[in-house]
Structures are given as C-alpha cells and as structure tokens.
Write a protein of this length. Structure first.
Lengths: 365, 365, 365, 365
C-alpha cells in the first residue's frame, strides 16, 4: 500500500533514501503561471544548512536542488513539478550493525520487521531527517503560491533543552532574528542559552529536544474543510510525517484543557472594519476552518535517538540482550533544522487548502 | 472538494447533520466474513449516552443504529457497510440567531463565510459533536476486526477541569472503572472530584476542558507506514476531526521536548522471549511504525464554546459589535462523550493499518 | 480495499444490495447553493421505470428517492448529500441455487470465490443492475450543476439486437423522441423494429444486447486533465462500472483504426466567431481535454446473461458438470434502462471535471 | 487538481515532458524483496525502440533508464521506486508555431486554453507519446510481480491500416513472432502486408491507425473489485491515458451488442479438474472480477495527427482561418510502439489488483 503521497489538490509525492542516490519530490496540481526558479527552492533548502558545528550535524552538506520537470522558462506549466537533490557519498558502513542491533528509539527494529530485511538501512534510509529535504523543496513552491495571496508562514524555535524563549515574539522579531542565530530562535538571549545547553549536551554525548512554533498570517476566513480534511487534521497529518515529532497543538493547545469556556472563548470585536477576536486561544482554527486570525501551532520534537553513550539493546539474530555504542557524528538537537521543515510542511498544507479555497469561490450556487 | 472520507483500506465516509434527518456512515473495504450485528454497534453507541444530568448534556437521546447494507445474516459480506441513526425532533429555532451573531469559539463565523449562508445551521449542522456517532458506529466494526487479531483499544479521561487522574492506571482498572462512573475516569477518586468540578462549572454557567488518553495493546511490530501514512500521522489526522480537540501527543509527548536522549530513549530488553522496551516514552510508535509496545496517545479537549454567560460578538449583517446570551442546555464538558469517540477513531485507524499489515504479510518477495 | 467511491471533486460513494434494504449513494464535494429537490432526483429515477412489460423487466418497481442529508430548504449546503431508495420485498429464494450453480456469464462464480460465500447473493447483490439507481440519483444532482454552466448530456439507444438507428440523429430529435418510446431510441422507425426484435427474443427465452450513444454539448474548451485523469479515462472508468458494458469508444472510435490521418483529423475553422472543427471524429476529446465540440461516446452492452433456456454450468460443491434452468422474469435487453444510467454516469464525471475546471480558472498565475 | 497518479496499491506517479530534461515515474506500494534490476527495466524500454526507419519514427532514441530509489542490491526495499530516462537534445523550434496554429486533432488547442500559454509545448510536452516511457518502466516492475504469481501479459498488433491479422493467434505464436517483426504482429504474413501499407502511407505523407490486442493468462479467479474499481474499469482508465486511444473492448466487445444471450453466454465445464468456460466471449471478466479465463481486450488507436500534408487550422492570435504544413519526421503509425505501452499499462493495473487480491486472502473472516 503506497504511503508516499499527500495532499488533495497540491499533491506531494516523496522518494529517496538518506544514503541512496537522491532525495526527490513530485508536486502535482500546481497551477500554471506561477514564477518558480531553482534559486527560489535553493534559498529554502539553504535554511537547512548547519550554521555552526557545535549545534547541528557537523557533516558538511551541500544540498543542491535540480528541477526536472514542470517549470518552463521560470514559470510553472501546470504539469507535475519534479525536483531532486543528489546525495553525496556518505560513510554508510557504520549502519550495517543497526540491522541486527537496533538503536533504541530509532525505527531500526520495526523497520527490520516491516521490510523483512530488504530496507536500505544506510543512513536510516527513509527514516532519516533527510526526507525533509523533499518537504522543504515542495514547500518553497507552496510559499510562492501563498505569498501571492498575502499568506505568510513563519516558524521559530521556542524551546530547546528546557530553555524557553520569551512568549509572544512579534512577527517582526521573528523575521529579523530567526536566521540570525544558529538556534533559529527569535529571542536572542534565549538563543544564546540554548546554544550553551546544546554544547553541554554534546559534551555529555547526549541529545536534546525542543518545541517549534509556526504562525500563518493573512489567511482568509473560511479556508479549510469540516470533518476529515479540517485544517488542523491535515496540518497535524503532515507534521507527524517529520521525524521525531511527538506532539502537536493549536492555539493554547493542551492548556485549553485547563481553561474554562469563559476564559478560553475568543470573543469577537470589530477592528479597522474587520472582524477579529480579542484573544487567539483557538490558534486561528474553528471547526476545521480558518477564522481569519493567525493560525498558530506548536510542534514538540524529541531528542535525537542517536546518542554516543552506551545503550542497552538486543541482537535480533540471536534474540539476546546486548549493548550498543554508536559512533560517528549526529545532530545533538533537531530543532534548528526542524524550523524550516515545519515551515515547509505547513506551507504545503496551506497551499493545498488555498487552491481548493480559491477554486471554490466561483463555484458557489 | 470532498472532505468526508478517510482511510486507505478500511474507508469511512460520513454524512448527516445534527438536526437533519440522520447521522450516517459508510464503511468500505471491510473484509467479508466478520461477525457484526446491530447490537454490536448499538453497544458502542450506548457508551455515548449521558449517564447523569449534571455531567453530560441533559437532552435525552436514544441513538438507535440501523444497518442498511453490507451485513448479511450477521456477517460482513465485503460490500460497503452502511449504517445510520435517525435524529429525533429537536428544538432548532434557537440556532437561527447564530447565523448572524456567531458564538465565540464556535464554527458559526467561518462556516457562514465558507458556505455562503447555505449551511444547515440547526444544532451546529456538521460542526456538532453528533458527527462522532458516525465515528463510533464505524469504530464498532473496527474493534471487532482488531479483537480478532488480539488488539484492544482502551480509553479513559485523565484530566477534567484541572483535576488529574492518578498516572499509569492499569489496563485492568481502566476496563473495570471507566464505564462505572459518569466521568469515564479509571481513578474513581479523581472521578468524583471531576464530577464536583463539573457541577460547579455548570452552576457558574461555564464549561470545562480535559484530556483523554487512549492505549492500544496487542499491536504487532511493524504495523504502519513511513512518511505520509505513519501511524501517528493517520491517528492524529482522524483525531483532529473530533470537534474540540486542540492537541495530540504520543508517549511522553510534549514532555519529550525537555528530556535528554539518554532519558527519553527506550532501551531494548528481552522479556519472556519477546523484545520489549524498558520504558515506553515513544508511546509504541517509532518512525511511524508500531514497535510492539502499547500505543499511547493523549488528546486535549477545549471547554465547550457554548456557555450560558453573556459574551461579546458581532452582528454579521450590520458589522457592529453586539452581545450574545446563549440559552438552552449544553454539555458542560465533552470529555465523558469524547472517551468513546476517541476510542472509535483510534480503532478505525488501527483497523485500516491492520488490514494493510495483514495483507502485506504474504506479498513479501 | 475499498472500491465504492469515485470522483476527485464531485465524489460518489455507493452502497446497497439488490434485495437488501436499500440502494444508497453519498455525494461529497457538491458546492453549496445549488437548487436540488427530491423531485429533481425522482424525475431522473423515473426514467428507469419499465414502460412496457414486453421490453423491460416486468417486475413493478416504484423506486422512490429520499434525501437524507446535504440539502436544506431545497439548496445544497456543501455537506455530503446522502440519498437512498428503499427496496421493496422481493422474491429472493430463486437465487440460492446460483451460489453453487453459477449462471453462465454472470458474476456468480467469481463472486463466490472473491467473497468466500459471504456475499449477499439475493437478486445478484451488488452485481445487479439496480446499483445504477445510485448512479442515476447522483447524476440528477450532477445534471443540475452542468445545466447551470450550459452543459447538457443526451443519451439514446442506437442499436438493439442488430437493429441500428439512423446515424447522426439531431439533438432535437433525441430530446423529442427518446422518452417517447420504450426503446429509448431517437429514430422511431428503428425503435419499432427494435421492439419487435425484443419481443421475439423474449418468446425464444433469449436476450439481446445493444449500443447506447451519449452526447455532451456546451462543454467549454480545455476541461479535463492530461495523463491519468483524462476526460476519456475518467468517463470510461465510470462507464465500465455499469453492469454488462463490454466496450467504449469516443468519436469514430474503433473506426479510427481504419482511417488515414488525412481522413481522421478534424481540421479547424471559424464559425460565428468561434473555433470549431469541420468534423468531430475525435468525439470532442483531444489529449484528454475537451476541444469545445460535442463529446460523443458509444457504449456496447452485452445481452443479459440470465436467459430462460437450459444452460451448462458446474456444481461448485461437487465440482461436477450440471445444467441450470433459470426461472423467473428478467430483462430481455438492458438498453432501455442503460440509457438513463449512461447519461447519469457521464453527467457525474462531467460535473466532477467541471467543478475542477471552474475552480481552476481563477488560480492561474 | 493533480492528475498524475494512478493505482490503489501499486501506485504510479508520472512526471516529465517530451523535450524537457527527462521522463520519470515513481512507483509507490511495491512490496519489499522483489528482484528488480536496471536491466530488467531496460529490456522493456528497448521494446519501444524503432526497429525500422520506414515504420516507426526515424529519430534515433536511446532511452536509458536510471533507478534513483527503492531498489537496494537488486531487490525492492518497500520504499518508493523512482526511475527516469534523460531526454536527449531535440530540435524543438518547429513546435513554437503550434502554440498559435494548433495541429488538427492534436492537443495543441485545448492545451493552449487549459494552461493559458504556460505549457511546455516542445515536442508536445506532456501530450507526447514519450509519456509511455514512464508507463513501460513501471510496467517492467509490475511484470516481475505478476510473473511470480504465474501471470503473463501478452500484446500484439491485430490490425494496422485496415490489414487484419489472422484471428486467435496462439500464445506460442504471439511470443515467438511479435518482436521478430517491426509491426509487432503475431501473423507474419499480415505483418508484411502492414509494413507495405505503412510505407505507402508514408509516401503519401499520411498516417495510419490500428488495433492492439492484449491477453493476460494465469489470472486467479476473483481478482478485481465490484462497482468503481472493477478490473475493466481500472484497465480502461489507464489504457485511455495512452495517447491516441479511441476505443477499448473486452472479450467480443462491441460484437456482444449483436449476439443473443444464448450465443454470448460462456457456459461452464470442468477441464482437467478446473472450472473453465467453453467460450471466452466475456474476455475473462464478469462483474468486474476475473473468472479464471484469459483476460482479453482490444484497444483502438487513431492514426497520428501529425501528417505532412497541408491542413486547415486557425490562428489563435488573430482568430482567422489559416493553413498549416507540418515539417519534420513523425510516426506514421503508433501501433508498433503502442504494443509495449499497452502491455505495460495492463501489467500495472493487474499488479495493482494482484497485490490487493493476495493481501485480501488472509484477511477473510
């Protein structure tokens, strides 16, 4: 059963393995006439680049995108857009051991069962964070579509290793600061603390988790669908496709469980001739539809499972307990790279719903 | 664009409005030969019944299911299973006002824009909690399929209005207690506190949120898919289709963001000849695949938006600010009814993946 | 694996069995604000009524549609439209024998294997011509959508039992004559011949096939999609879902195989300021897209397999050869009822593509 | 709205343009452990090679496949299989004129409207016969899957330019002869006549159509689905995605319309302990399910629209009538290349249904 296509209108199909020949993506359903160039996509991919050896994976990666189809003379044609990034030669030998000595909390074990030993295990295969290259490339096109309708997607790290950024960063500060520090955090003071914590965790051969927040502004009212393709359903669906995500919440999220209706309800008012809500506890989504307020969601990332400490595992060949000591260089914390990934994923789903929304406009009876 | 079908193999199509003629569901892809009777489905629907006037909506509902197709002599035939519950006559006049005076934090406003005034607004139409009748009916069939493979889905309230149940209730206590108290909580002492809080909120014309936990046991290793149909993606997708859900997390969820890898990683061991993990921080899902441990997720519900206090809203006709005082009887807290809804939704997705998983077994090269 | 939903935007889900409780359909993706009433749908269903005992099945059927959801005050709401026809009590005992003595050229044998004996065999279950009730009900809504954009679907019998209608009936004559004779043929003289042939076949306990032609006028240029959702792909897909269809062709169809390019090519000219083609050998479809000319297709129906003559079959229980003599009353020729079925199916697919087409208009870059 | 993915289980996604960088395909849902190498795929692609200058397009094409993902050490991994063929540099200037002077019976005109002038028109873009490269590459994998279950797909030209091959060629003769002559015809005498006709048409600057027959042997009973994913529906759907197809029929096809039930019905008998039918008028499909007999279908191809004679067309810029004289070298008849394309398309759909069928086996109640 296929599992590598998502979207109803702006459809994204994934392929590729971490240490295979390439990571690729096919976008189907993009309207013709959208200006898209390789450099537009490259700009987004570059946001995944490790900016500092201590924080992200130190392996040098130069992920260069190539557009294979669907763009003609820098405009989309309406045909499927195919893009790929060729993988460089990696050191894959280290992964062989994980086939029978699964890394704790990595997909090694269920993958071995699911694919009966045929999976390409090198670099984690399809379970690697590198799959988000495809999400980001597709997201670059999605963001151009959104921008044409005045919709912007902003993402930033709000927590790393227990260090929280100041709440409610302004849009301006997010835009200004996020790519000005290696943690992708809008609060520069917190960012500097986060960096220290990450460095400490690295020294301890340990890893750290964190939380990424995404804000979508300029969304028209009534975008989305009820029931099974609600905005939050579709966003959560794709976001959980990002490796290491363990939780998603909209607006006040889990905190809503502790609020009373009178505290949680977003009462309406008129501001500058526009209907707005006094608060945005809902995070911009009601009944699966946008209500015109910024769509706000928070995504929790677990600490990477590949740590350099000795860990207990089992030998799948002998069914005995054993130990594993992973060697090599891994991300101490995925948050900095998760920021562009979350942004891209949200852009993809928003573009999908925007195209449906705009298409719907003239069909009403 | 259609939005009312979900699932790849065990496919669920929804229809019906809160105060329309009925709530219905069509299941497609159910294998032939599964024993299913109307009473199996009715038993699950009865779990939605309000057990106590003070806690759930006091409106008396007798939701009787009728099976229209796909079952012949108490066995599934392999043809689509159609089921519906006829709605009783409701008092719908009160809802007319919400068409132009939208209730804060309800879907009234975006729905008015999305459907251009054509939506059936009575009782909230398709934005009502009554849509979960369809989920529960389909879930009843899903649960029979799961049970045949030794998979069980258990759900309970773990928090209501800030009152938390004791952590880590045993499966046994959950089974014993959940339907023995109106709060659907396995911790009877907490349940009694929750009841009091709910009653108090009712007196204050207010409403309460809460958290529901769902545990799936007996899941084989390797069930699920990578990338876009990961178990967590699909579960989150359908769970966010339940009205009032604002957050979802697997395993330790948001707490994972604050753990170190060395704390969060679930190390493997052998127990009774079986590979298990010492902890279950992952909540049974790695890389979108089951790892054989119980799948554990927590779902946050906001307090119902329909409260009987005066609230600020706007008049959509005149674009002026105004006030709204909702009359009538509404759920103070959706958690008790959310428990069977969450259980059904999880069962639907698990059955979808189980059928794919079992089908896959013999196709391997 | 589900198999009972079709369409990308205007989505149709089928359920029900020939002698089960009902035949039903759920339409998803219909825009709000389309005026639809039960009588609009009933009018289309009435076209399936047997008009004359000698020609169609003599069993009296009064197929009354009920709309269960999605229509509010005679307008579509944008929510799923659910419709059903309750089945009357039928004589089902006769079908029991076919479970182990399969009727030649009926689905009895593969169905027995496919569903392992669990299928509802009564009246042919889901393999009955009654499934087209659902197609016709959905088609009634589709036709209203099409009509609003000036698109009309016309269908007529062009051949029955070897009797051919005169070629190239005018739209006017088709509209005038088709429902004025029991054969649904625009050429009244041929219709009268067809009737005689059908009566003769009936006397001989035999059955007859025929060909139905469908013409869609008013289609804008560029409707459809390339590759996998070409207009002809989608039309053929749904048309082959009608029982007894054995062939489909567009424009000159199979005859095109014998034409030279210089004969087959439809050269362009300007007529009344509009681009048209001098001929319409393509049947209005080029590269999967409409070219503005009428879309013309022909659908071949085999003679019904249930004939009252003694036939050779096998006993599935004993795996021995045996004979079968079907008793009862069956359609001698499905063509008269196939006419509204083909029309509905084509309307469904055209509405699906029209909604996509209209939605696409404003999304272009 | 995306239109470039087909299949439920063995899913094929297309991308690429005739004169763009490449033609590519992504297969999703292929089970792990299937032995597939680049040479397996290349062997199928080579069947598209023009074997003789006079018959097929004289342009030299060396379509070399590259596998980009999903195959590891010559076995499928269960991850998406991505394959592409790089396009060579073509002479594309000649196509510019067709943007405003559409070729009769080619997709130029509806494409210009549909894509608003943004389409990659070079070489026909996505409306070129080169798209079948993707179908054939995917079909190569499908054929390996089918072969493992004893299913074989055979295809041959049965009519070209009015020259018919002898009926009912034996499987043996088809296997032996089809790729031994440039017409891909099992009847060598007819093949030689066809060649002459093609050469004559070439001299006359004209083109020819023809008919391709496909036979699938070894299909188990009960494969397929009722209603919307019937075997014939799915086969017809994909077959109509091949450019130039104008008609499809199963078994006796259109001739069934002229047979009586007593002539058309395939009566059952036992042969070598197996249930078979005395005739195979149904072409192996009953009610959308296979009945164990060979699945037989015939596909009608129109003559290529690009002929070198002067033709009437219009100028889209000035909306005036004009003439067009196409220069260059085009296929006189697509049939020889259509043979591997039809075979691949049928293999893809059969593999899709086979995987569903085999998966279903163990899920029955």
């Amino acid at each position: 059963m296929g599992s590598n296509t998502i979207g109803k209108c702006f459809t994204v199909t994934y392929y590729g393995e971490s240490h295979g020949r390439c990571i690729g993506v096919v976008i189907d359903g993009c309207p013709p006439g959208i200006p898209v160039s390789e450099s537009d996509v490259q700009k987004e991919l570059d946001k995944r680049k490790p900016t500092q050896d201590d924080v992200s994976t130190p392996r040098r990666e130069y992920d260069k995108v190539e557009i294979l189809s669907g763009i003609f003379r820098n405009y989309t044609t309406g045909a499927p857009i195919s893009m790929l990034v060729w993988n460089k030669e990696f050191q894959s030998d280290v992964y062989k051991e994980f086939k029978w000595k699964p890394r704790p909390s990595h997909a090694d074990y269920p993958s071995a069962i699911r694919y009966g030993g045929y999976a390409d295990y090198r670099g984690g295969g399809i379970f690697s964070g590198r799959i988000t290259i495809a999400f980001v490339a597709a997201g670059a096109v999605a963001k151009i579509i959104l921008r044409r309708s005045g919709i912007e997607v902003l993402t930033h790290a709000v927590e790393v290793g227990g260090i929280e950024a100041k709440k409610s960063q302004s849009i301006k500060m997010i835009k200004k600061n996020v790519y000005a520090n290696p943690m992708r955090c809008a609060d520069l003071k917190a960012a500097s603390e986060m960096e220290k914590t990450v460095r400490r965790a690295k020294d301890e051969k340990d890893s750290l988790g964190g939380i990424v927040e995404c804000i979508v502004t300029g969304v028209p009212v009534g975008l989305g669908d009820p029931i099974f393709h609600s905005l939050d359903s579709d966003l959560a669906h794709f976001l959980f496709s990002i490796p290491a995500v363990k939780g998603i919440e909209f607006g006040v999220g889990f905190k809503a469980a502790r609020l009373k209706g009178s505290e949680n309800n977003d009462q309406y008012e008129i501001k500058n001739g526009k209907i707005v809500t006094k608060t945005n506890n809902a995070g911009g989504v009601l009944g699966g539809l946008s209500n015109g307020m910024p769509i706000v969601m928070r995504v929790a990332f677990k600490p990477p499972s590949s740590i350099l400490q000795k860990q207990k595992t089992v030998d799948l060949r002998t069914m005995t307990e054993t130990e594993l000591e992973i060697k090599g260089r891994y991300d101490v914390c995925v948050v900095p790279r998760a920021v562009p990934a979350v942004e891209a994923v949200v852009a993809n789903i928003m573009a999908d719903h925007l195209l449906i929304f705009e298409g719907r406009a003239e069909k009403r009876g």
